[in-house]
Design a protein around this ligand. Structure first.
Ligand SMILES: Nc1ncnc2c1ncn2[C@@H]1O[C@H](COP(=O)(O)OP(=O)(O)OP(=O)(O)O)[C@@H](O)[C@H]1O
Length: 239
């Protein structure tokens, strides 16, 4: 499914730095993420995890360094794109699952998922049909018409996963995706997130404080003071 170079990374960051005032949120991070890989990013509060995820995903630009996405043809230099081009890339190639706040509460589950496709130009009827299928694949058949507030936290996160992957995103980014969930629901959501990666050639980058969440991932990166201080194989099932 992926069109990255065989054996090569899907996403590669080189020497990222980002400073806010006198705070070095990122102090020189290089990281390659491979197809099919689930990478947990751990570290103390303020260590730079979210800043790293936002730079990798093209949400913010680093001060220096580069992020490249490898797809058919020449790699895309994410950091060199202007704001509009980065937005377009995020909609077409990346998916996002955050703790909360990315789903639109006024819309139904189906509409939230369909919107991701419609923003990429899909006709409404086609988008709605794909949304129904994506939700059913995540165990939410029959819940398309529910508004987000009428779902449990775990169900809402499944809608977020459906929305994040419905475009065929190459890389899924998750920031504390289970932060608001109990441990049972958290395990369910992590299992579903991992399923979107395993055997698909996609990658998952998940920021978490929770070692039990990180354990699901095949690789665990630890960040301290804006640097990677450990990069280890996790207990997870990928790679
Ligand atoms: N927009 C911003 N303006 C100023 N400082 C910021 C901004 N974003 C992040 N920082 C600072 O950069 C450092 C890294 O922040 P970041 O949010 O990446 O850490 P984190 O590891 O994700 O923390 P947490 O686990 O608490 O979410 C922190 O010192 C933070 O205060």
């Amino acid at each position: 499914m992926t069109s990255s170079m065989p054996g090569g990374p899907l996403l590669a960051a080189d020497n990222l730095t980002k400073t806010y005032g006198s705070t070095a949120a990122l102090a020189g991070i290089s990281l390659a993420v491979y197809p099919g890989e689930a990478v947990a990013v751990m570290g103390a509060s303020g260590s730079g995890k979210t800043t790293l995820l936002h730079c990798l995903a093209g949400i913010i630009r680093p001060d220096t360094g580069s992020v490249r996405l490898f797809r058919s043809g020449a790699p895309v230099e994410v950091t060199a794109l202007d704001d509009d081009a980065r937005s377009a890339l995020r909609r077409s190639d990346f998916g996002f699952v955050f703790q909360q706040g990315l789903l639109i509460p006024e819309l139904t589950a189906g509409e939230n998922v369909a919107l991701a496709l419609m923003l990429n130009g899909a006709p409404r009827a086609e988008a709605e049909q794909a949304a129904v299928q994506a939700l059913a694949a995540l165990g939410l058949a029959g819940m398309e018409q529910r508004r987000i507030g009428e779902l449990s936290g775990g169900q809402a996160q499944r809608v977020a996963i459906a929305r994040a992957q419905v475009n065929g995103a190459r890389v899924l980014f998750a920031d504390e995706p289970t932060g608001a969930l109990d441990s049972h629901t958290s395990a369910e959501v992590m299992g579903l997130l991992l399923r979107t990666v395993e055997g698909t050639g996609r990658s998952l980058v998940v920021v978490t404080h929770d070692p039990s969440v990180a354990r699901w991932c095949g690789r665990v990166i630890t960040v301290a003071d804006g640097r990677i201080v450990a990069d280890t194989a996790g207990a997870g099932r990928t790679r």
